[in-house]
Ligand binder design. Structure first.
Ligand SMILES: C[S@@+](CC[C@H](N)C(=O)[O-])C[C@H]1O[C@@H](n2cnc3c(N)ncnc32)[C@H](O)[C@@H]1O
Length: 215
């Protein structure tokens, strides 16, 4: 990860934001787009499968899916603050024995990460400038399912991302967000041998997809 992305992610996703995200999650449950992906995975038989959640944040996906019988979880995040908060919540629920937390840029540390049955990136590729690298590296770790939540590429999202990036620039935070081309994203996943089994959208912002390995 470039220093710009790394330092920016730590600033943008700091421990105060992590604590407030966890508070919101404990009160209201997963956000709508996350719930769509979680419910799509619950409709598959995921008992005894392993999950690699990249950019897991405070960990809504593992928190929702561990009770479904996941056997092992790896949670990778570029923000130390989010890892700290996610780990403490997993500990409270006595799941530390099955969850491994890794801090760092997934692409950089990926050689140390093994294959998992399920790989998820929930609102993460929009944080990353080199989407092809992030997609290909994460796809190479998925043996059965690949779940993705990322921004819709319409004019309103583009304006929102432009405004957020301007705000970050004014605050001298080097972190930036991106709208990636959905056709490119879909084709990259297809080329890795996955077919789409679920697709949904929130009203304005997000698209949610679950892919399954062919064959
Ligand atoms: C918008 S948050 C989403 C968090 C969580 N997936 C959720 O939906 O609640 C993006 C997360 O991805 C992490 N992230 C961004 N780029 C990353 C990278 N290259 N490797 C690992 N984590 C990354 C950030 O630190 C942050 O926690």
């Amino acid at each position: 990860m470039s220093c710009q992305h790394c330092c920016g992610a730590n600033l943008q996703f700091d421990i105060d934001n992590a604590n407030s995200d966890l508070k919101r999650y404990l009160k209201k449950g997963p956000k709508k787009m996350t719930k769509m992906l979680v419910d799509a995975l619950k409709d598959e038989n995921i008992e005894n499968l392993s999950l690699l959640d990249i950019g897991g944040g405070i960990g809504p996906i593992p928190l929702e899916l561990i009770p479904e019988g996941l056997q092992k979880v790896t949670d990778v995040d570029a923000s130390q603050g989010y890892i700290t908060v996610a780990k403490s919540e997993i500990d409270k629920r006595n799941h530390l024995n099955i969850v491994n937390f890794l801090h760092g840029d997934f692409v950089t540390i990926s050689p140390d990460i093994t294959h998992h049955d399920i790989v998820t990136l929930d609102k993460v590729i929009c944080c990353y400038p080199h989407v092809d690298e992030l997609l290909k590296t994460s796809l190479s770790k998925a043996t059965k399912y690949y779940g993705l939540v990322y921004p819709q590429a319409h004019i309103l999202s583009r304006i929102a991302v432009w405004a957020l990036n301007l705000k970050l620039k004014l605050k001298k935070n080097p972190f930036r967000t991106f709208i990636h081309d959905p056709k490119f994203v879909h084709q990259t996943i297809r080329n890795a041998g996955f077919q789409k089994i679920y697709s949904n959208k929130t009203l304005l912002s997000w698209q949610v997809h679950l892919y399954k390995k062919e064959g």
